[in-house]
Design a protein around this ligand. Sequence first.
Ligand code: DP6
Length: 342
Amino acid sequence: MNPSEMTKKIKARFPSNIALVKYWGKYGQQLPCNASLSLTLKNAYTSIEMEYKPKSNPDLDFKYFFEGKENIAFKDKVVKYAQAQAEFSEFLRNNAVIIHSSNSFPHSTGIASSAAAFATIAAVLLKAAQGDTDENKFLQTASHLARLGSGSACRSFYGPYALWGRLENLPESSNEYAIPILDIHENFADMRDAIVIVEDQPKQVSSTVGHSLMKNHPYAAARFEDANKHCEEMLEVLKYGNFESFISITEREALSLHAMMMTSGDYYMLMKPGTIQVIEAVMQFRKSTGLPVCFTLDAGPNVHILYPAAIQDEVKALLDKDISPLAKSIIMDEAGCGGQFL
Ligand code: DP6
């Protein structure tokens, strides 16, 4: 048989997500100290084309290209991750693998690239290792495995909203994987996210370090309790369509996340002057128009402005007039429904 006939190909793309209730602090094997809840994005995704063919020698044969260039550092990270998962290690042992990966969004924009990357990596590896299985089971296993690469990645399999982490009143919730949130009021069915880039340099302190600083944080217990409460409240809000509560939970969560950074033992600050100016412009706009627009922040200085599609023209006027002068760029995104194989 011609060896090229044995080469198989899997193509997929899975998106990033923006947390409304934040995961910040973890224990054990990438288990969250509190539940988190996110909006799945649509335009910000990682695409992967993976080629693989059986091999007989025991040496690792794995190459990782990111945007056309071989990326050894990321390859090492992915190999370490994949070899640690029983589901993937045999596949890696028995196959020569080449991954070509790219992102639909620029670097250092505050879009969680590790969420999109690990969701897509877990999805293609699982598909290759397992073949076709029941879709719900596949998504749950992929979410579980993606979590072991990057916590927030586990939420990227479902949309427009996903919940990760055990909540007492929700028996199907789990610390191991995310679950879809199905009961969504029409007010929140079509949300938009204008991602305002105020800083496009890599951040000074990684999320991994940030999570670890929650270990001895004086406010940790209160923060974890608060976040779980916010998840429970947000589930109700999404169900009944209350914008006012959506806004107050979302903004309070963003500021709590940054307050944790600013009050940890090794304190630090990721917000920039432009971050505060954009937040103030959003709050001012909301006050003067009464429209349901709010902000959230990732672990970085860039601001996500969230609003329903129904008011996109009014928000565009805000972006053009008041926000653009403060921004390096603005990336327009919206709620998505998860990833896909192509
Ligand atoms: C602020 O998922 O990037 O975006 O599990 O170490 O990969 P690791 O961390 P990561 O942390 C995300 C933190 C956050 C909040 C969130 O997405 O919930």
